[in-house]
Structure formats: structure tokens, C-alpha cells
Ligand binder design. Structure first.
Ligand code: AMP
Ligand code: MN
Ligand code: MN
Ligand code: MN
Length: 270
């Protein structure tokens, strides 16, 4: 069975509309899907499900832990709950403020960048660095999207504005209060040592986190094995997703990898 519990639409930094994503997922025979846009639930406002797909509500929330930005996916949250509305409101303010700050910093670095144009590009979506990257490509400041991140927006670059995202504990609590399950997103992408990752997993469990992504997009080596061990060590259930943002030959919704039989899938009780 194909499952995908981590995908993006143009309600945040994805390329497809929510309905286009649902269709793309249906075309890939995905049976269980969650749309997990960055810090917004707007994709869920008007959806008609294609036959064969079960949709679970989701969101990818930005959080701070030990001075780093980490992502927590909330699955099966009630979008109308006070906690969900609070979380989205808080994160949207933070993102707008951060966008102003990114524009200012890039301006100081001599880049021609009109915040209004970036906001227009986002068109009401949850604003993030990818919208800046696209604008820098469009206005000729950089050759391509990758270069925009490599030179200006990636970790440690001027546009990597350290917003004070809410603490891991706050974010996990929002998800729990909204009736959902908190999932530690793409642990392998934080470039942490094993020891650091175990510290994160421990704090995440203490905060009430329940699941961990053992698959998130293409993975090499034994990442699946290592993350499965982390799930076992901390009694976490397993989630899998593509982190799909835009269609490409190597990027489609849906994950084929099976969850190891001794682990419980996060969706087991749905
Ligand atoms: P933000 O939510 O504003 O912090 O932006 C993070 C998003 O930017 C991620 O979810 C990715 O979609 C994208 N992203 C982050 N780093 C890179 C990179 N090096 N190259 C391309 N896209 C990236
Ligand atoms: Mn993204
Ligand atoms: Mn993420
Ligand atoms: Mn994501």
C-alpha cells in the first residue's frame, strides 16, 4: 500500500494546488495521504477527494530546539480546534515578520529585492525562503533556485534569518491539544551527530511526541535502518512521506517502502 504523510501544496512552498496534488497522488495509487504544508492548514479549506484516497489532516510546524530549527509534523489534527487556529496564527505572524527581515538583510547585501513582489508571488501562501529564491531567479539576481539557497538563503547565509520559532515543547503541545499526533520530521536532514539526535528524540518524547519519520523522500545508505532503530529505542511509531514539493522525474507523491514489521505505523489506529 502506498502511503504519503508528508507533502506540500501551493498553500506553502509546493508547486501544485491542493486539488492537483490529490490528483497526482491518486495517479500514483497513494491510498493514505496527508498534506502537510509549512505552518498552515489552508489546503484543507476546499477539497474534493478522488476515489481511493483517504486523507488525513496534517501540518509541518517549524520549531526551535537547542538553537536549531527543526520541523514537527502534526497528523490528524482538528483544523477547527482552538489550538490549531492558535498555532497557525502564531506561525503566520512569525513568517510575515521573518519575510520583512529576510528582505532587509538581502537588500543590505546589495540584492535588488522587492518584498512586495515576493509577497505577490506567495499569493497569500505561507511565506518562506523558497518564495525568495524564486523571486531572485526571476529578477536575474541568481542563475537558479539552488544557487539562491547556496549563496543567499541556505544555512548560515544572510537570508537564513533565525526567527525565534516556538520551542519544540510548545509545538508538540499545540498538536496534542488539536487532537493530533506529533511526528519528528526528517531527522536525517538536520545533520546532527547520533548522540545529538538521541537527545532530540528524548526531548521530543518527553514533550509528548509519538512518531518519527523513518522515510522522508529519497534516502541512501542505511538511513532507514538507523531511523528505525531510533524509533525502537524511544518507543515511537513510524511515519513515512515523500516531502513532495513539485513534480519531477525523481519527485512524486507516494512512498513504496514498507514499515519494518516490528514497528507500529503511525496510521495503525486510523
Ligand atoms: P522556510 O520554511 O522558509 O524555512 O524554508 C524552508 C524550505 O525551503 C524547505 O521546506 C525546502 O522546501 C526549501 N529548502 C531548504 N533548503 C533548501 C535548499 N538548500 N535548496 C532548495 N530548497 C531548500
Ligand atoms: Mn518546503
Ligand atoms: Mn521540513
Ligand atoms: Mn516538508
Amino acid at each position: 500500500m502506498k502511503v504519503d504523510l508528508h507533502t506540500h501544496t501551493n498553500a506553502s512552498d509546493g508547486a501544485l494546488s491542493p486539488m492537483e496534488l490529490l490528483q497526482a497522488a491518486a495517479d500514483e495509487d497513494v491510498e493514505l495521504l496527508s498534506i502537510t504544508d509549512h505552518d498552515t492548514l489552508a489546503a484543507y479549506e476546499s477539497l474534493e477527494l478522488p476515489a481511493g484516497i483517504t486523507l488525513v489532516t496534517g501540518i509541518e510546524l517549524s520549531a526551535e530546539w537547542a538553537g536549531r530549527t527543526i520541523h514537527i509534523v502534526g497528523l490528524d489534527v482538528d483544523p477547527d480546534s482552538a489550538a490549531a487556529l492558535d498555532a497557525v496564527d502564531h506561525q503566520q505572524r512569525a513568517r510575515r515578520e521573518r519575510a520583512r527581515c529576510i528582505a532587509e538583510r538581502l537588500g543590505k547585501h546589495g540584492l535588488q529585492l522587492d518584498l512586495g513582489a515576493v509577497l505577490a508571488r506567495a499569493n497569500g501562501a505561507s511565506i518562506g525562503r523558497p518564495h525568495f529564491a524564486a523571486e531572485l531567479v526571476e529578477n536575474g539576481s541568481v542563475r537558479d533556485f539552488r544557487t539562491a539557497f547556496r549563496k543567499y538563503l541556505g544555512a548560515g547565509k544572510p537570508g537564513d534569518v533565525k526567527t525565534e520559532w516556538p520551542a519544540l515543547e510548545t509545538v508538540v503541545q499545540w498538536i496534542r491539544d488539536a487532537g493530533g499526533k506529533a511526528v519528528l520530521a526528517h531527522p536525517a536532514k538536520y545533520r546532527m551527530t547520533r548522540t545529538k539526535l538521541r537527545c532530540l528524540a528524548e526531548d521530543f518524547v518527553d514533550a509528548g511526541g509519538e512518531a518519527i519519520e523513518i522515510v522522508c523522500g529519497p534516502q541512501h545508505g542505511d538511513v532507514l535502518g538507523q531511523l528505525s532503530d531510533l524509533a525502537r529505542a524511544f518507543g515511537l511509531t513510524a511515519s513515512i512521506g515523500s516531502d513532495f514539493h513539485a513534480p519531477a522525474a525523481w519527485s512524486r507523491p507516494g512512498v513504496d517502502t514498507a514499515v519494518p514489521s516490528d514497528l507500529t505505523p503511525v496510521w495503525a489506529t486510523w
